[in-house]
Write a protein that binds this ligand. Sequence first.
Ligand code: SF4
Length: 228
Amino acid sequence: MKSANEWTAVPQIDSKYYPELRAALRIWWREQGRSFPWRAQNNPYTIFLAEVILQKTQVAKAERAYYELVTAYPTMIALAQASFSHLEGIFTWLGLRKRARFLLSAAQQIAERHQGVVPREQKLLKQLPGIGDYTANAILCFAYQQPLPIVDTPIARVLKRLLGFQSARSPWEDPIAWRIAGEFLDVEHPVEHNYALLDLAALICVENPKCSICPLKSWCSYYKTIHL
Ligand code: SF4
């Protein structure tokens, strides 16, 4: 049997199977998906905050920083008036000191230009400091239910194995990964779909994938390659 790292050639899954795959992913997520405070309420500000904190951060640490920030600054307007040294202390603890400046500046721009309301347009979000393609789409999908794909390293890993495509480029700047994530997106349930991909990547399709308990193994290119 090949290990995950030795795996190379895989067949492409025919897109006619995507509806079955999306449904299986969604059903699994409804039963086994993770719960986080920012997922429990449909609040664009707290979702914005969570997405900024979650970039390259351990979830356990992110959760603590999230509570601290939401408690101290319950609205975007309050965050825009935050003490920089307080934010810097929180993000230094997360190991992401530079992000304090980005967050404060983004909050000030949203307060000044958008009356404290998180923009609903990708173009406007990406004008804010520290907001790239992934974070902009994640905010628009989770806060405003817009049918947009998200691609980061864990999601690209899942999609490459599952759907059977290869690309050597970094996920966040990989047009192939973004195109395929867009084609695979469940446009009827974009929030559940994207949360499900994140959770599958975190819980099951990890570096050494736990294929035996994966809800998608019947379709998965990688699984078929190593087991059939
Ligand atoms: S079967 Fe599931 S866990 Fe295994 S590689 Fe495929 S998607 Fe990942």
